[in-house]
Ligand binder design. Structure first.
Ligand SMILES: *Cc1c(COP(=O)(O)O)cnc(C)c1O
Length: 942
């Protein structure tokens, strides 16, 4: 019961006073502050009245926060941006905005690691992969990159892995977008890749190279004929990656058909607002022979226990969570929500609709080009026209500005004009007026070349009306468990409330429709929001500077480690390249360290789960002046506040190393302790964990870094923004996924200092309550010195599995029959489940989860007693679909037990969730790799 209708914290925090008393009684503490004193090591603990949060203004109500955000949005000017450079105006179909972007059934879902209750978003992602593969003329595309520039950098490393050449040299076309070139340069240097910039229209230079990166259309708008270039490169054993605009791909021969080895780019203009730079989904596609080299997640087709087709993530052994420092990339959180919007945009328009849009865009560009006459620099354009206006660029840009249009000033003599889906005839007239051209001359010939068909699958033909699309989206989301149906107790992932008031502003035009390179005077409000949010995060973390550029935790890790590396190098310590990482670390840590040019040395854990400080000291001594630093998660990935954190930081500092504190578990620290004060030099935070940005089914995310003053010169910069002067660029957009920052801003503004500390302590109390309630059924693996866990707890099933044959998989899948999403499985310890309730779940939901777990333990006991065999019991058979009840039933347990283990809803049990498929055979799908939409006949055959 929320007693104060205005206090947002009462809406955000699940347990009310009565709940809280019960939680505290069970865990044996008197108050939340008593709990704080018992769990947080005294050496790092901040008092309630001296935790840095004093710097925050008093908590706002929802209407007050929305009013403040509306003011910030209004301080921006939404002009017609014809700047291009990877960001284009687009009409988000209202049916997609309302039913995906603004719909919690889609935006509150988690990454589809439990595929049986994720078939909806997996199908949507398979549509995305099919769309990208078809448009680029490739066979396989992954389920999204983070943005276009990082996709280009991933293409670089993919080509290097795939190449037979020993050369460390990469050719890069000078006509790449500046931010793409900057991210490639940043990523190349620590990997000892030498970038050689060329004019791709000239013959390739002499020498050995492993790869070549082109872009079509280029920054100049030029559409080069890739065919001959690819051929020439292949003759020399050089692999080729092509950045391709997907709208242009409807008209021109796609590079995949011309022999390109990889295609990359963005899907932003497929219905995803520019959002001052992000988020949007990048893409990467390859031919089948390179499938195993793909970075990031890949959805594939497999079959379930009943032989029906089912989707799940493929080839996971490439990924960071399994291969760690040998992974194909560090990508974890990607851009799923935005990938789904792009895929549905393609479904809604279909191939003819996309082609018509492309023709219209191209038509407007042709109209401008022909009117420009002699000022036109080249004739090979799709949407972007380059004009030569000697000495007049500033005047032309200013004249366009007066007409409400942003053009791109290339240099004093050149201006470029990018047309998009939203461009009108009036816009064209205004642009020409800015150039002082009155008459519209007849347009030149159309681009052509595409002869192959694309998007032929029914998924791109069946949903052209709004009714059909609406029902398709509902059909898909009904297959999934998101936070709108149940708690999602995923350890390390912090699946907390994503409040509607936090979400509302992100689709306001004042935030959504800003081009990232729009003139500063048009973006006053968003930049004020960004700097205020930076200050808020400085207060929370105790660091001196925050950069919001990294667009996921993994990217923050990379940016932070890069800062450490650059710092050492700036002091002449080039040899410092060893990064210590505890054995229990998240997979991204090791993968990021390798990308930052560091060598990973693993530090052992003690029996207690804590870092083995003896081993740590030994490793520090072994590497002495080669030590770059340590990467440590706090509280630990074991869900424990380690007492020795101070000593660990000091030992590393004494040896000249830097301390990276992985801040993914900050939900256990906000208001209690600050990593920037207790020993960290740099941390990333996951705004999509601790700070309420929804997971979106696997992204978007924001992974800002906080650094201490001495690392500030090495935080990310951007080639097109003067204030961001460092030459290290880790994302395409200067401020990363800027359009979702209002979510975190609103959360902090509405919670205030007290609300934030209360949230943290409630999350810790709830985790300890679960640990107490479940310990006798599933032993809790690790606790701190006083017997408490932090904000999550690990349930150890290894002994149970040994004695009964029932596995963590069985328990995870059975939870779906009970209507719950499974906890985190086998991370950080194989054979365990890690539970994190967060502060947002009330006692009723927490108890319902505990009751389900206890009931499952009862089922395990029936297997142990021999009543059910290990191969035929409700756990091994889980999850159960409605379909599996039809026809014969020859199991030793009843249909009722199979699907209504909580009892019947008519009798008051929680609402039934019906999984769409039975247990999926992952290995089958990896052996028979299919990563695009299966034909309708394939379903019939299954
Ligand atoms: C989630 C997580 C990461 C990675 O963050 P992403 O945003 O998914 O890239 C890193 N470390 C830990 C401990 C995490 O839980």
């Amino acid at each position: 019961m929320a007693h104060n209708p205005d206090l947002f914290a009462d809406r955000h925090v699940g347990p009310d006073d009565t709940d809280l008393r019960q939680l505290l009684t069970v865990i044996g503490v008197d108050s939340l502050e008593d709990l704080a004193a018992k769990v947080v090591p005294a050496v790092i603990a901040d008092p309630a009245d001296g935790n840095g949060l004093e710097a925050l203004p008093a908590a706002l109500t929802e209407p007050e926060a929305l009013a403040q955000l509306a003011e910030l949005a209004e301080a921006n000017t939404v002009a017609t941006s014809m700047i291009g450079l990877g960001y284009y105006g687009t009409h988000t179909p209202a049916v997609l905005r309302r039913n995906i972007l603004e719909n919690p059934a889609w935006y509150t879902a988690y990454t589809p690691y439990q595929p049986e209750i994720s078939q909806g978003r997996l199908e949507a992602l398979l549509n995305f992969q099919t769309m990208v593969a078809d448009l680029t003329g490739m066979e396989i595309a992954g389920a999204s990159m983070l943005d276009e520039a990082t996709a280009a950098a991933e293409t670089m490393t993919l080509l290097r892995r795939a190449s037979k050449s020993k050369s460390p040299k990469l050719l890069v076309d000078a006509d790449l977008f500046p931010q793409t070139a900057a991210v490639i340069a940043t990523r190349a240097e620590p990997l000892d890749i030498e970038v050689v910039t060329i004019d791709a229209t000239a013959p390739l230079p002499e020498g050995d190279y492993f790869g070549l990166i082109l872009q079509v259309p280029g920054a100049s708008g030029r559409v080069v004929d890739c065919g001959p270039i690819i051929e020439a490169a292949h003759e020399r054993g050089i692999l080729v990656g092509v950045g391709l605009d997907l709208l242009a791909a409807t008209l021109i021969t796609p590079p995949g058909e011309l022999g390109a080895d990889a295609c990359f780019g963005t899907t932003q203009r497929f219905g995803v607002p520019m959002g001052f730079g992000g988020p949007h989904a990048g893409y990467l596609s390859v031919h089948t022979k390179l499938a195993r080299q793909l970075p990031g997640r890949l959805v594939g087709v497999s079959k379930d226990d009943d032989g029906n087709l089912a989707y799940r993530l493929s080839l996971q052994t490439r990924e960071q969570h399994i291969r760690r420092e040998k992974a194909t990339s560090n990508i974890c959180t990607a851009q799923v929500l935005l990938a789904i919007i792009a895929a549905m945009y393609a479904s809604y328009h279909g191939p003819e609709g996309l082609t018509a849009i492309a023709r219209r865009v191209h038509g407007h560009a042709r109209a401008i080009a022909s009117a420009l006459g002699d000022a036109l620099v080249h004739n090979d354009f799709f949407d972007t026209v380059l004009a030569q206006v000697p000495g007049r660029a500033d005047a032309v840009v200013a004249a366009a500005n007066e007409r409400g249009i942003n053009l791109w000033r290339v240099d004093a003599d050149h201006v470029s004009i990018a047309c998009d889906e939203t461009t009108t005839d009036d816009d064209v007239a205004a642009v020409l007026a800015a150039f002082g051209v009155a008459e519209v001359a007849p347009a030149g010939p159309e681009l052509s070349g595409r002869t192959s068909s694309f998007l032929t699958h029914p998924a791109f033909h069946n949903y052209r009306t709004e009714t059909a699309m609406l029902r398709y989206l509902r059909e898909l989301s009904d297959k999934d468990i998101a936070l709108d149906r149940s708690m999602i107790p995923l350890g390390s992932c912090t699946m907390k409330l994503n409040a509607a008031a936090e979400m509302e502003p992100i689709t306001w035009p004042g935030f959504a429709n800003l081009h990232p390179f729009a003139p500063a005077e048009q973006t006053v409000g968003i930049r004020k929001l960004i700097s205020t949010l930076e200050d808020m995060l400085v207060a929370v973390t105790g660091y001196d500077r925050v950069s919001l550029q990294p667009n996921a935790g993994s990217q923050g890790e990379y940016a932070g480690l890069l800062a450490i590396r650059e710092y050492h190098r700036s002091r002449g310590d080039e040899q410092r390249d060893i990064c210590l990482i505890p054995a229990s670390a998240h997979g991204t840590n090791a993968a990021s360290a390798v990308m930052a040019g560091l060598r990973v040395v693993v530090v052992a854990s003690r029996e207690s789960g804590d870092v083995d400080t003896d081993d740590l000291r030994a490793k520090i001594a072994d590497h002495a002046d080669r030590l770059a630093g340590i990467m440590i998660t706090y509280p630990s990935t074991h869900g424990v506040f380690e007492d020795e954190i101070g000593d660990i930081c000091a030992a590393v500092h004494d040896a000249g190393g830097q301390v990276y504190i992985d801040g993914a578990n900050l939900n256990a620290l906000v208001g209690l302790a600050r990593p920037g004060r207790f020993g960290g030099d740099v941390s990333h935070l996951n705004l999509h964990k601790t700070f309420c940005i929804p997971h979106g089914g696997g992204g978007p995310g924001v992974g800002p870094i906080g650094v201490r003053e001495h690392l500030a010169p090495f935080v990310p910069g951007h080639p097109l923004v003067d204030e961001l002067s460092s030459t290290l660029t880790v994302s395409a957009a200067p401020y990363g996924s800027a359009s979702i920052l209002p979510i975190t801003y609103a959360y902090i503004a509405m919670m205030g200092a007290e609300g934030l500390r209360r949230a943290t302590l409630t999350a810790i109390a709830s985790a300890n309550y679960i640990a107490r309630r479940l310990d006798e059924y599933f032993p809790v693996l690790y606790t701190g010195a006083q017997g408490f866990v932090a904000h999550e707890c690990i349930l150890d099933l290894r002994q149970i599995t040994k004695e009964t044959g029932v596995t963590v998989d069985d328990v995870a899948k059975r939870l779906a029959d009970y209507g719950f999403h499974a906890p985190t499985m086998s991370f950080p310890v194989a054979g365990t489940l890690m539970v994190e309730p967060t502060e947002s779940e009330n006692l009723r939901e927490i108890d319902a989860f505990c009751d389900a777990m206890i009931a499952i333990r009862g089922e395990i006991d029936r297997v142990a007693s021999g009543e059910w065999t290990v191969d035929d019991n409700p756990l091994r058979g889980a999850p159960h679909t409605a379909e599996c009840l039809v026809g014969e039933w020859d199991h030793p347990y009843s249909r009722e037990i199979a699907v209504y283990p909580n009892g019947l809803p008519s009798g008051g049990a929680r609402p039934k969730v019906w999984p769409a498929v039975r247990r999926i055979d992952g290995a089958y799908g990896d052996r028979n790799l299919i990563c695009s939409c299966p034909s309708p006949e394939a379903f019939a055959d299954a």
